[in-house]
Write a protein that binds this ligand. Structure first.
Ligand code: CA
Length: 364
């Protein structure tokens, strides 16, 4: 081959390489400008701002993608009302929304299992089910008819039973009690005679302080202290049998999702996983200090319900979940997967985390 021929072949080769790489290069230069709405109001720590929060996620995706995917965040009320995210993302008005899946129980009853289940899995177990136990596939299957792709974005970890103006000494003390308690737990308490009230976070303190309600659950020590609930009630029951963990849900419009190149999809998934860990660890880091402050400085009496009360709540939770599962095959499918996984995980946790927690206490 003479020099000219060699150059010619080389040039031809380069041209072919350019032609082959062109779609990839074009995709790598393509930019996406998305919007994310949120069920929670402006400035709310964990739910909107702070480490691992939805605004943190938006910044992270922008940085990880070198600006190829930018997401503008809107807290509740800034673009749409708090609970319209599901429809807004489904229709493509916005590409993403952050909320809790149990808000959509009216549209997709089985969605509740992807936030938390009374006496269900804790943070480790819930994530184990979602990431490794078939939970995510079931969640995707459930949301597919709505043109939505779901994934976990954060987690509060274990919550607290809540605040009571009077102590709970026996199951009968629930009768006639007016309590702010959403979700499946509300159905459980209702069967024990509680008058269930659904109030948004901002209305809990004034209602409890004025005696419009006798009891309320919100989140945990850090978030509850921020609302000032300790000034309205002194009995703080631990722990969150009703919400042993609480998943922040990210939903993505499926058409928009499919338009992303694979690397941006992986960036979104990886950023959401990073926020899941960061948000949960932030809650773990802040709740300890808040609980100590509430008990030591603010006269709060914290402790678990008496054992017979917990036993009754567990019993009624099991029948409530079973009835829910029996009401709809779609719920049954999720319930079966969740309960089978939870039984195995609980056995493992009972021999590992539970034993460890007892051992470290014995030494203290
Ligand atoms: Ca809660």
């Amino acid at each position: 081959m003479d020099r000219r021929g060699f150059l010619g072949a080389g040039l031809a080769g380069t041209a072919a390489a350019v032609t082959l790489a062109a779609p990839h290069v074009a995709r790598a230069q393509e930019t996406f400008s998305w919007k994310m709405t949120n069920a929670y109001g402006p400035g709310a720590p964990f739910y909107v701002t702070g480490p691992g929060s939805p605004t943190y996620f938006c910044d992270l995706v922008g940085k990880m993608s070198g600006g190829r995917l930018t997401i503008q965040h809107f807290a509740a009320g800034e673009l749409i009302p708090a609970l319209e995210g599901f429809d807004a993302v489904s229709s493509g008005t916005v590409e993403m929304n952050a909320a809790n899946s149990y808000f959509w129980a009216g549209k997709v009853p089985a969605a509740q299992f992807f936030t938390c289940v009374p006496f269900g899995l804790n943070f480790q177990g819930q994530n184990a089910w979602i990431y490794h136990g078939g939970g995510l596939q079931l969640w995707e299957e459930l949301y597919d008819p709505f043109n939505l792709v779901p994934m976990p974005l954060g987690n509060t970890g274990v919550q607290m039973s809540g605040w009571f103006r009077k102590p709970i000494e026996k199951v009968e003390d629930f009768k006639g009690l007016k309590m702010r308690i959403p979700g499946l737990a509300g159905k459980v308490y209702a069967q024990l005679g509680v008058d269930v009230k659904l109030l948004p976070g901002g209305e809990i303190f004034p209602a409890l302080e004025r005696g419009v309600i006798d009891a309320a659950e919100f989140v945990g020590p850090y978030q509850d202290r921020r609302l000032g609930l300790q000034k309205a009630a002194k009995y703080y029951y631990t722990t969150g049998w009703h919400e042993p963990n609480n998943v922040t849900e990210l939903i993505v419009n499926k058409t928009a999702w499919n338009s992303l190149p694979d690397d941006l999809k992986e960036i979104v998934r990886a950023a959401a996983m990073a926020c899941n860990v960061l948000s949960h660890t932030w809650c773990e880091a802040t709740n300890g200090e808040a609980m100590a402050d509430l008990v030591q400085n603010q006269g709060v009496i914290a402790g678990p319900y008496p054992a017979p009360v917990v036993d009754k709540l567990r019993e009624v939770s099991a029948t409530t979940l079973q009835q829910l599962a029996d009401s709809d095959p779609k719920i049954k499918k999720v319930y079966d997967s969740f309960t089978a996984f939870a039984a195995k995980h609980s056995q493992w946790a009972g021999l590992s985390e539970a034993v460890y927690q007892t051992q470290i206490r014995r030494g203290s």
